[in-house]
Design a protein around this ligand. Structure first.
Ligand code: AMP
Length: 423
């Protein structure tokens, strides 16, 4: 026997039972995005590698070790998108979206690719949905962004298991002040830092704050706080965000060590975590990125966005509100006698066109086996069609729950099952 081809490590097959949970979540996402007046954008799945190197940052984990890159036939390095902010911004610039309106509010959903070590809640192909608002520098835009994700959580009934952590990394000037203060604090301990943090001491010292190495964690506990280094306008921006979050009854905790993994953040950054998950407890992360549009060749336009992992969000939903198995096939047609096999598809088609969810057996099995299949699919009704019924233009319609059975003419089946529907 030939070997079976196995799935690639760290990727998932979403099978129909699970896909139903995805669809339910997607409906919530679309509804909420629509309420907030965000329009959907669908950028390509792969882009030039250069976009991520410039847009996400060379020194990030994503770019330095996690990208799925390949060289195409024209010798250009391409990368399967590891995230979508860079792609959305590239598309915003290339399509001159600022000409349509000075603030563009966009949302997306789709698979992302990162070569991380797989574990529960961490995959190599995973799905994100996210939102970006490009154009406004003001704190009310930050708060709308957070409220947008919070509305999704509320709609899913899981906001109670979730914590919003928030911090500000300020503007360029504030970050420069902080960078120096942090380096001054860490310099005497440089040899005690992990290898990665020693490298980042020069390239990106803020990232040392979210190092997972125990010794680094111990050291940064007493490090100066970025909030203490914010200049006046950065402090004012951040304070207004907090005031508005309070106004909107969105609970949050301030987290001085929150810096987030990507290079492009400015001012407000935030992360939502859930206590229904294990080690991989982040369900959404985002922040302001006022310099990215300019750095990718666009105008000097401020922006803010977030992204949320769909697999993780569904793990939280499943932990808090386990899904009922689906039992909503309206009708299963039981066909008695092979001569009727030619006639039955026309009938089923007619009922399906009228909106009924119907199925029948294509294996020409016994009546008993067909009944069992109807039961397995959770049909509310079965319609039994034998030679006599066919001659009279009726089926024996049996309500599975009450056990009641009556002869119903072909053209009355739909209205009997769904009294609101017309035949
Ligand atoms: P990031 O783009 O790294 O800020 O991630 C945003 C969100 O995407 C996280 O909060 C997670 O919910 C999700 N996420 C990130 N990486 C993965 C992964 N490897 N597998 C599953 N979900 C992920």
């Amino acid at each position: 026997m030939p070997d079976k081809v196995q799935r690639v490590k760290g990727v998932n097959d979403i099978l129909p039972a699970e896909a139903r949970q995805w669809q339910a979540l997607e409906t919530v996402i679309k509804t909420v995005m629509d309420r907030f007046a965000y329009g959907e954008i669908r950028p390509p799945i792969f882009e030039k590698t250069e976009l991520f190197a410039r847009g996400v940052g060379e020194d990030t984990d994503i770019v330095s070790k996690e990208m799925y890159s390949f060289t195409d036939m024209s010798n250009t390095s391409m990368t399967l998108r590891p995230e979508l902010t860079a792609g959305v911004v590239r598309s915003y610039i290339q399509n001159n979206l600022q000409q349509i309106s000075p603030v563009q509010k966009l949302w997306y959903e789709g698979p992302m690719f990162r070569q991380e070590r797989p574990q529960k809640g961490r995959y190599r192909q995973f799905w994100q949905f996210g939102a970006e608002a490009i154009g406004s520098p003001n704190p009310e835009q930050d708060v709308e962004m957070i409220a947008l994700f919070y509305a999704v959580l509320k709609e899913l009934g899981i906001e109670g298991s979730v914590t919003l952590k928030i911090n500000s990394v300020g503007d360029t000037e504030s970050r420069e002040t902080y960078r120096t203060a942090l380096q001054d604090y860490l310099r005497p301990h440089l040899n005690e830092l992990s290898e990665t943090s020693q490298r980042r001491f020069q390239t990106n010292p803020l990232r040392i704050l979210d190092s997972k190495a125990p010794n680094d964690k111990e050291l940064v506990k007493d490090a100066p706080k970025i909030r203490e280094c914010l200049n006046e306008s950065s402090t004012s921006h951040y304070d207004q965000v907090l005031v508005m979050l309070n106004e909107m009854d969105i609970p949050f905790v301030q987290d001085d060590l929150l810096v987030r993994g990507l290079d492009y953040y400015t001012h407000t950054i935030f992360e939502f975590t859930s206590d229904a998950l294990g080690a991989q407890d982040a369900i959404c992360g985002g922040g302001r990125y006022n310099d990215l549009v300019k750095e990718l060749g666009g105008q000097d336009v401020p922006a803010i966005g977030w992204a949320s992992g769909i697999e993780r969000l569904l793990l939280v939903v499943e932990a808090l509100h386990p899904a009922e198995p689906k039992t909503d096939l309206d009708l299963f047609l039981i066909i008695m006698g092979d001569d009727l096999r030619v006639k039955a598809p026309g009938l089923i088609n007619q009922w399906r066109s009228a909106g009924l969810r119907c199925d029948s057996d294509a294996l020409r099995r016994s009546m008993k086996a067909q009944m069992r299949e109807a039961n397995r699919q959770g049909a509310r009704y079965v319609a039994i069609l034998g030679e006599d019924e066919f001659t009279q233009g009726v089926v024996q319609l049996k309500n599975f729950e009450s056990g009641e059975q009556t002869a119903v003419s072909f053209d009355k089946v739909v209205s009997t099952i769904n009294p609101q529907a017309g035949d």
